[in-house]
Design a protein around this ligand. Sequence first.
Ligand code: NAD
Length: 493
Amino acid sequence: MTTSNYIGGKAGVGQGPEVNVVDPSNGKVIRTYRSDDGQSVEAALDAAHDAFPEWSRATPAERSGILHRLAAELEAVAEDLAQAETAQTGKPIRLSREFDVPGSIDNVAFFAGAARRLDGQAAAEYSADHTSVIRRQAIGVVGSIAPWNYPLQMAVWKVLPAVAAGNTVVLKPAEITPLTTLMLAEACERAGLPAGVVNIVNGPGPSTGESLVSSRRIAMTSFTGSTAVGRHIAGLAAANGTRLHLELGGKAPFVVYDDADLEAAVRGAVAAALINTGQDCTAATRAYVHRSLFDDFVGGVANLMRRVRLGVPTDPETDQGPLVSFRQRDRVAAMVDRAVRDGARAVTGGRAPGGALAEGAYYEPTLLVNADQRSEIVQEETFGPVLVALPFDSDSEALQLANDVPFGLAASAWTRDVYRAQEAARSIEAGTVWINDHIPIISEMPHGGMKSSGYGKDMSTYSFEEYTQVKHVMSDLTGRAAKSWHTTIYGDI
Ligand code: NAD
């Protein structure tokens, strides 16, 4: 029977209902596994608790050495990881090879180094009679839940800062994309990570996921996924008083001022809207374009979108594959249909392609105009290859519209004017603001949201704020039984 979990350093098989992993480019089942039946979550929590005392007391250099070996183990199977990622998600092999896999390995390498840099304030005599020391300690067992859009990268983002800081982890990947996360666990074993430091359980969110995050045996929940599920999980964490880190949905604005480089904005918008078939929480979804450039922008984007090559994900010539599932494709199609019914117009796309691609979960790159700012297609996350373009007349209007959604994950401003760029960077409510670009991320810099996009940071040493707790140790320096401050409490008796 196919491996479905990885607990205490051993591959195992769940005893729950069967789950199919489907290639969305043709609907064929590529793997069937038996999900967790509740037992594997408990077994994984046992293993993570057993591993915590030793792992949290390992020196930073010891943890770092193992994580460097993990980066090398992943590098050795990079092509296998890319093939598996493409098979289970439908993303073009070029994206898996050039973005998902190398980005994940770089993140592992970054945290291998960062494990030795857990910073804090200098020890000192902040009170004349005491020495204060800061300890930055691991939290304990972290329960992590990841989404399906970048399965390997999201697993790495959840696991690496946690274990680099000395925590142990039980991670549940999305049920439809478990393969590369299990390969990550195998690489952890080959790298010599002690058994139980990283444990993987697979199964549906409402059963396996919920039993993990509602357990009183986890010290922290770290969740990446939709805002609706994130809010539900926040309720479960609140009931237990569990620490929480939430990376949720996005609806990124893409603001094009009248002095922008139009060609750069057009190219940037198409790349940022279509990356990962639009299933990217930071994807450009709302282009606000100064009215003087609007028609040229719309024409340019539509032309470029029409030239994007849809095809088999394993073909290196393919620019855009299917969405991750037929369910997701139908969700996106229904949202676009409702937008059109309510007055929006599809300049290009707005439908699933026919011919050979009809057997997969494909959807054409889509550019919509005439949508209302208050409508669903502008306010809600689409998570598909769909860009909405809306005109604006003044800088203040552009910034007001950019902020006029519940989300706050990412945004970009396109201008040659340094003052406009600075004002956009300051005013837009988002965890990342790009200037004259949109999408690039880097391991040294944080990723995370504001508003309904969640709170806390992935990547960078900022993520250690989530995965460590700061302890103040204050030592008396006087050696006196009667401390000077005692007189405040009971005078000089
Ligand atoms: P989702 O919320 O449906 O599922 C995410 C994970 O939660 C899956 O593993 C799922 O099994 C699990 N889950 C579902 N219900 C659960 C429950 N009741 N209890 C516990 N776990 C449960 O999201 P998705 O469709 O897999 O992924 C797409 C979403 O993820 C989008 O909203 C996207 O914006 C978001 N996302 C955010 C970031 C970020 O960094 N902010 C990154 C990637 C994806």
